[in-house]
Design a protein around this ligand. Sequence first.
Ligand SMILES: *[C@@H]1O[C@H](CO)[C@@H](O)[C@H](O)[C@H]1NC(C)=O
Ligand SMILES: *[C@@H]1O[C@H](CO)[C@@H](O)[C@H](O)[C@H]1NC(C)=O
Length: 125
Amino acid sequence: MKTSTILSTFAASLAAASPLVQRNATPSVEILAYTAGINNPNGSTQTITVKLNQLQYSSLEVTKLQVSNDNGAGGINSNFVECRMYKDAAGTQVGSLPFNTTDPALISTNTVSIGSLLCYVIKNS
Ligand SMILES: *[C@@H]1O[C@H](CO)[C@@H](O)[C@H](O)[C@H]1NC(C)=O
Ligand SMILES: *[C@@H]1O[C@H](CO)[C@@H](O)[C@H](O)[C@H]1NC(C)=O
C-alpha cells in the first residue's frame, strides 16, 4: 500500500513537471512561407519549422515570409521572436528585412528560393 502511494505521488509530480519537459524541447517557431507569386499564381502557404539560433536551410520558392502566431516549441512565445532570410545556405547574404508575427517580409513579386532562415528571441518573456 505504501509503495503504491509513493508511486502515485511520483506519477503526480511527473505530470506536474511536464511543462518543464516541454520547455526543454528544442526551441523553435513556425514560419509561414507564401509561395504565390506572379510566376506562380496558384501558390500556397507552407509552414517551415525553424530552430532558434540555427540556420535552417530551405530551397522553397517564396514571395513573403512571416512568423506564425502559433506558439513555438520549447515554451517559445512566437510574438517575441524575429527572423531573417538569407539568400544562401551559409547565411552570408541578407535576403530580407527582419520579420515577425505582425510584420511579414515581402521578398519579391516573383518567387525566389529562400536559401536559409535564422530566428532568435528579441524580447523578454
Ligand atoms: C490555377 O487555379 C485556377 C483556378 O482554380 C485554374 O483554373 C488554373 O488552371 C490553375 N493554374 C495552374 C497553373 O495550376
Ligand atoms: C514586428 O516588427 C515590427 C518592426 O520592427 C515592430 O514594430 C513590431 O512591434 C513587431 N511585432 C511584434 C509582435 O513584436
